[in-house]
Design a protein around this ligand. Structure first.
Ligand SMILES: [Zn+2]
Ligand SMILES: [Zn+2]
Length: 342
């Protein structure tokens, strides 16, 4: 099959690779659409997947049609499906308390597009119980958004956003924008995005319903955030994983505010602890999503509650993927979401 393999640091190779092995149990999906995620760019930089996995096909935000239904007797060839790329063990402490998203064994498990081959390929093999049928009302491009939309939903759920909340989202990439959409859907009275990239700022201003887009580099940012929120935010969701972003999120909060950290920084970050203490801020880490949240996204998409297709700024073919990763890493193309359609 045609696929794109990560073969070394900043090195991807498009070519002919072996089809996923049919073990009679797993479901093999013919990929229709796969989104490019920020974490894929990180893996590309270092030339390996999760746990140092080399020669791996990335891609974990996908949908397609059933090629082989494996042990899923309710599925038939050609059914439109997506799948959770996760592989919780079901036995560890986290899994036992229902937190499959933070399975302690995750590093040793088969996470699609992270530690086992993913969907920058014509076919991908997935765990049968993780496959979900796609309702007719959900398009293929939307199908590739279910995974990141679930990541954002988890962050917004952890923050407990409701109508009395004012929400400051730091970082206006895909996850930040999706957090804003969920916060709106949950009835937040004010939703503001802080972003530093001018393309993203104008994209958000023209495509997304928010109460404001604030320039993260504005020297007057704290005053502006206070004015727009009429005194400060009750919730901050940090998606940029930058030190400045973290400081901005904490500064934006009112006393007893809640901060959810949804961006991943591999190197550790300094935290203004005095501000956290003086304002009694609650800090919550957010990782992935629950199985229920993934299903919630599908339901909301089927009911047309989220308009995600507008976020697709680029659609490319498999053979373009190596060049697209170069361009994304060097920021020579301005994108919100790039999807790959083999
Ligand atoms: Zn992702
Ligand atoms: Zn587990």
């Amino acid at each position: 099959m045609r696929a794109v393999m990560l073969t070394g640091p900043q090195k991807m190779e498009y070519g002919d690779y072996d089809m996923p092995h049919d073990d009679g149990h797993s479901v093999i999906i013919k990929v229709d659409t796969c989104g490019i995620c920020g974490s894929d760019i990180h893996y590309w930089e270092i030339g390996m997947g999760m746990n140092g996995k080399r020669n791996i096909i990335l891609g974990h935000e996908f949908c397609g049609t059933v090629y082989l239904p494996g042990s899923r007797s309710d599925l038939h060839a050609g059914d439109r499906v997506t799948a959770l790329p996760v592989d919780p063990c079901g036995e560890c402490y986290a899994c036992q308390i229902g937190a499959h998203n933070i399975c302690i064994m995750a590093n040793k498990r088969n996470i699609i597009g992270n530690s086992v081959h993913g969907a920058y390929a014509e076919y991908v093999r997935v765990r049968p119980d993780m496959v979900r049928k796609l309702p007719d009302a959900v398009s293929n491009k939307e199908g590739a958004f279910i995974e990141p939309a679930a990541v954002a939903l988890h962050a917004v759920n952890l923050a407990g956003v409701r109508s009395s909340d004012t929400v400051c989202i730091v970082g206006g990439g895909t996850i930040g924008i999706l957090c804003a959409m969920w916060a709106n859907l949950f009835g937040a009275s004010c939703v503001v995005i802080v972003e530093v990239n001018s393309f993203r700022m104008s994209f958000i201003a023209s495509h997304i319903t928010v109460d404001g887009v604030i320039d993260g580099y504005d020297t007057d940012i704290r005053k502006k955030l206070k004015t727009i929120s009429q005194g400060g935010f009750t919730v901050a969701i940090e998606t940029s994983a930058t030190d400045t972003g973290l400081y901005t999120a904490i500064a934006a909060l009112k006393p007893r505010g809640r901060m959810v950290m949804a961006g991943i920084n591999f190197y550790g970050q300094p935290v203004p602890t005095l501000s956290l203490i003086a304002k009694e801020i609650t800090v919550l880490g957010s990782m992935g999503y629950s199985i229920d949240e993934f299903d919630d996204v599908i339901e909301n998409l089927a009911m047309k509650k989220l308009a995600l297709e507008a976020l697709v700024t680029h659609s490319v073919s498999l053979e373009d993927v190596p060049v697209v990763f170069n361009n994304l890493a060097q920021k020579s193309i301005e994108a919100i979401k790039v999807v790959v359609q083999p």
